[in-house]
Design a protein. Structure first.
Length: 245
């Protein structure tokens, strides 16, 4: 298999992450927004929606290992792995991955807004609107919130590293089920971003979109779902490879 160009790497991770966020933000909109036919669908619907969103996104970005997540990309670097088959972990490639993931996340969130434009217009609760885009804690305590995000991300990265060098090598369905498990078991305290791009990109979209009644984008919390996942990913990348040889 030929080594992909930087342009191909960008398009792969951009497309996969945009689909991830479109479907993930979409299930949050379905459950949270007024006049949505799925309003009140509950936490498990959100968990399964995000899991299946990962399933779709990883398949779409199969050529680059379907990272869709800077924490996955950074973990592969720390673990000394290639980013994907034929994609070495050079500074340039890592930068393209992360930029593509962030831009894809912004675009995916904007597309979710387009799909639910009228439902957003009918929703007056700023928390419900922001919750469609970004995560937030049930109890705000930054240190503990970081710990929750780090633990959830550690589980994801440990599974990825044990099962293969990229999500596509273990199968997108397996990763999807891990996402469902993390959400059901560890998602309650913070909404389980476990992915810096998943939270930061849609939060930027929330800030720039002309949504009535949207309120604050809660930038004071925005660093938590970036720092927590990166800490969890780094710890997993340092611990897991020596265990598996």
């Amino acid at each position: 298999m030929d080594t992909p160009t930087m342009g191909q790497i960008f398009l792969s991770e951009f497309t996969g992450t945009a689909l991830l966020i479109l479907l993930g933000a979409g299930v949050c909109a379905t459950v949270n927004l007024n006049k949505s036919k799925g309003k009140g669908g509950g936490w498990l619907l959100i968990n399964f929606g995000w899991g299946l969103a990962v399933f779709v996104g990883v398949y779409a970005a199969w050529r680059t290992g379907g990272h869709l997540n800077p924490a996955v990309t950074i973990a592969q670097v720390i673990a000394g792995n290639d980013l994907a088959t034929g994609v070495p972990a050079t500074v340039g490639n890592v930068a393209v991955y992360i930029v593509a993931q962030l831009i894809g996340a912004i675009v995916g969130a904007i597309l979710a807004w387009v799909a639910f434009k009228k439902q957003f217009d009918e929703t007056e609760d700023p928390a419900a609107i922001l919750g469609t885009f970004a995560t937030g804690p049930s109890v705000r305590s930054y240190g503990w919130n970081v710990a929750t995000e780090a633990i959830g991300t550690f589980v994801l990265i440990a599974f990825v590293l044990v099962s293969g060098n990229s999500p596509t090598e273990i199968g997108p369905l397996a990763v999807a089920l891990v996402i469902v498990a993390i959400g059901a078991s560890l998602g309650g305290p913070t909404g389980y971003a476990i992915n810096p791009a998943r939270d930061l990109g849609p939060r930027i979209a929330h800030a720039i979109l002309p949504i009535p009644h949207k309120g604050s984008s809660d930038w004071s919390y925005s660093w938590v779902p970036v720092v927590g996942p990166l800490i969890g990913a780094a710890i997993a990348a340092l611990i897991i490879p020596p265990m598996i040889g």
